[in-house]
Write a protein that binds this ligand. Sequence first.
Ligand SMILES: Nc1nc2c(ncn2[C@@H]2O[C@H](COP(=O)(O)OP(=O)(O)OP(=O)(O)O)[C@@H](O)[C@H]2O)c(=O)[nH]1
Length: 356
Amino acid sequence: MSVTSPVTNLGKIPATIITGFLGAGKTTLLRHVLEHAGGRRIAVIVNEFGALGIDGDTLRACGITGCDDEDIVELANGCLCCTVADDFVPTMEALISRPNPPEHIVIETSGLALPKPLLKAFNWPSVRARLTVDGVIAVVDAPAVHAGRFADDPEDVARQRAADPSLDHDNPLAEVYEDQLMSADLVVLNKTDLLTTAEVDALAVQIAGIIPRAVKLVRTTEGRLDPAVLLGLGSAAEDDLAARPSHHDAMDGEHEHDDFDSFVVPIGAQASAEALVARLAAVTEAHDVLRMKGFAVVEGKSMRLAVQGVGTRFRQQFDRAWKPGEPRAGSIVVIGRQGLDRTAIAAAINDATGAV
Ligand SMILES: Nc1nc2c(ncn2[C@@H]2O[C@H](COP(=O)(O)OP(=O)(O)OP(=O)(O)O)[C@@H](O)[C@H]2O)c(=O)[nH]1
C-alpha cells in the first residue's frame, strides 16, 4: 500500500507530529505506521521526558524490514518544546542534509510536550525552506479521559479562582491534554477496546467541544490505522499557528511540565515477570505514579522483559534477546507529578517482599 503526499508545498519534505499524553499509545501507533509504510522511507524522531530512551529502543526492537537504526533518532531527556533550538532544529537540519533524505519525517513528542513551540520551530528559516508540517495527530487515551484523569476538581478550581481570577485549571494534566488537542489536525481516540461504544461516543462529543476548529476524529485500538489516514494530511500547520491556541501562549516562558517529575530506578534480576509487574502496579497505586516503563532481566530467561505501565494498567512481554556484550541490567523510568517520593518508590520497586 502506498502513502501519498499532497502537491502543496511541493518539494518540501512532509513532517507529521504525533502528540498525546503519557501512555496514550503514540509509540504503538508509530510502530503500526512503520510496519505498513509500504517501502516509503520514513525517518522517526522520538522525544521522551525520561532520561532513558525506551521508545526508540522499543521501535528498534520491532525488527521492521526497511526501517534502519539510523532512521530512528532519539532526543531523550527533556521535552522538545524546551529544547527546540539546541536539539530539534539541528537534528532536522542533519536529517534533510543526508545524501538520501527521508521522504517523510514522523516526530513523536514526549507525552508532556506542548506542541505549539515545536510547530513554531517549523518557521525557522533553515527548517521552513525544506520542511512542512503535514499534520499534527493527537492520540488520546480514551479510558484515561473517561476516568476523569484530565479533569479539574470543580471545588478546587472555584477556591483557587477566588484568590486568582486568571486561573485556568487546577490540574496540570488538563492543560497539557488540552494543548495537545487544540494543536491537532486529526484526533485518534485510542484504546477503545477498554470502553463501550456509548462511552466512546460521549468522549468524541466532549473532545469536539474542546477544539475550536472542525477536526476529524477517528477511533481505534492499538493504533491500528491505515497510514493513508494519518500521513498526507497536507495541513501546513506552520502557516496556521493562530488557529491553534495554547495555554503556553499566555504563560511567558513557564512550562506546565515543570509540574512533573521523572527518574530512573535500576532493578536487579527478577525471579518472575508477573511478580515484578504486580509490585510495580502496587507502587503506582500507592504513590499515584502516572507512567512506568523499562526493561528487566528475568532469571533463567535469555530474552529481555519490556514493561509498560499507564496508571495501574500494566503490560509486559519478552521483546528481544539480550545482545552479546550488552549489559544485562534492568531499569524502570518513573513519571508522575512533582513531589514523588523517589527514595520510597525506588525502595518499594526493589523490595521483593512486596512492601510499598
Ligand atoms: N488496551 C490497550 N492498550 C493499548 C492500546 N494502545 C496501546 N496500548 C498500551 O498502552 C501502553 C502505552 O503505549 P505506548 O504506545 O507506549 O504509549 P505512548 O503514548 O508512546 O507513551 P509515552 O511515550 O510514554 O508517552 C502500552 O502498554 C501499549 O501496549 C490499546 O488500544 N488498547
